[in-house]
Design a protein around this ligand. Structure first.
Ligand SMILES: Nc1nc2c(ncn2[C@@H]2O[C@H](COP(=O)(O)OP(=O)(O)OP(=O)(O)O)[C@@H](O)[C@H]2O)c(=O)[nH]1
Ligand SMILES: [Mg+2]
Length: 368
């Protein structure tokens, strides 16, 4: 590789911005009576005051839209049905209008998923609610029933009851969005948000799934899993067009895109470790190919399939290590532990070298 670090870095940044720009936005409609915990849920899941108490942009009398510049997920928030029929009519009408608008006029406003929230301890689910959800489900929108502020992640009578009814929902998820203080020394821990993310992700198409996973803040492992998944599919498509001259382009595309999936900024120290590592091994591996006479050197290679295999192994191991290191860093930050830059560099180097040995790449490559 004849490249400089700076160039390598800006290629990654470019790939990062392309991926960001191509992020598929999507819309969530949250329905639930006042006080069930809709705002608390959204804030805990996305780490944003997307729905600061009381201030949403009123789309209609009964629907508020929460949208933030640069954030690809829009949340619509509307009350659930009350016992008063005339209020219900208003709500039902606004929701149908919102859904119809997205399907008929404005694809960007399409409702991709509905979270129907019920307070777990309210323990009530009425026939008129069910009729309404059936109407929504008929329009092809997946609904998840979210039981909010559940004390236990174990089965409850209410849940058991709901399960016996044939509800028009895809899943039922129990959550406690933030820790709930019961007495001075007894707190119910937060739980279930990771389930809600997983279940929702599975009901979205691939691009929206990626958007959800990278923009939520409750499940870092899921982000890592999604990033590895992307690497796998990228490499599957790569197998037929392996070209050493494209190595840096392909690797930087992988690193830029996985950074978006993990929702992290490009970390210059990690990138420079990666850069030095591949510079060393790649020049050995592709010495002949990168010489001026490309065609004859390819023809002269004793076993070109070996080169192809090594090429793929290197791309994969570098991308996998990159994901691992950033995941470790993110998890530490989440627990308010700080990993120093030196430690991070050291971990990256260790992981890369360990991988090199495990894949026996150091057998055919002389690293100097
Ligand atoms: N500890 C804890 N408190 C919660 C949770 N969910 C809601 N609350 C509390 O319940 C109250 C109402 O929560 P909100 O999130 O404002 O409810 P909402 O559904 O947005 O209500 P409206 O905006 O009025 O429709 C607030 O005091 C929250 O702090 C939770 O998961 N844990
Ligand atoms: Mg609210």
């Amino acid at each position: 590789m004849q490249q400089h670090l700076q160039e390598f870095l800006s290629q990654i940044e470019q790939a990062y911005w392309i991926e960001k720009t191509n992020t598929k936005p999507f819309n969530i409609l949250i329905i639930g009576k006042t006080g069930v915990g809709k705002s608390t849920l959204v804030n805990a899941l996305f780490g944003k005051q997307l729905s600061a108490t009381g201030v949403g942009l009123p789309v209609t009398k009964t629907i508020a839209e929460y949208h933030q510049e640069g954030f690809p997920i829009t949340v619509y928030d509307t009350p659930g049905l009350e016992i008063f029929a005339e209020v219900n009519q208003d709500i039902k009408q606004s929701v149908s209008d919102l859904i119809a608008d997205g399907y008929q006029k404005n694809q960007e406003k399409r409702i991709d998923i509905v979270w129907y929230c019920i307070h777990a301890r309210a323990s009530r689910y009425e026939k008129n609610e069910n009729d309404w959800l059936e109407e929504i489900a008929k329009q092809g929108i997946p609904i998840i029933l979210v039981l909010t502020q559940t004390f236990s992640s174990k089965n409850s009578d209410f849940l058991a009851y709901l399960k016996t009814r044939n509800l028009p929902v895809k899943e039922i998820v129990r959550i406690m969005a933030k820790p709930y203080q019961i007495t001075e020394d007894f707190v119910v821990p937060a739980h279930g948000l990771d389930d809600l993310v997983k279940v929702t992700a599975n009901l979205l198409d691939d691009s929206r799934r990626k958007t959800l996973i990278s923009n939520q803040i409750v499940d870092v492992d899921l982000q890592a899993q999604e990033a590895h998944r992307y690497v796998d599919s990228y490499i599957d498509n790569l197998a037929s067009i392996v070209d050493p001259l494209l190595f840096s382009e392909q690797l930087t595309e992988l690193l830029g895109t996985t950074s978006v999936i993990l929702n992290v900024a490009i970390d210059k120290s990690i990138v420079s470790v990666v850069f030095n590592f591949i510079k060393k091994i790649i020049s050995e591996l592709f010495k002949n190919i990168l010489s001026n006479d490309i065609l004859s050197s390819v023809a002269n290679l004793a076993d070109p399939t070996n080169i192809v295999k090594s090429y793929i192994k290197i791309i994969r191991l570098v991308a996998d290590v990159y994901i691992d290191v950033l995941t470790t860093k993110k998890k530490a930050e989440k627990e308010n532990k700080n990993i120093s830059e030196d430690e991070l560099i050291q971990v990256t180097e260790e992981k890369l070298n360990k991988q090199l040995q495990e894949h026996h790449l150091d057998d055919n490559i002389e690293v100097r």
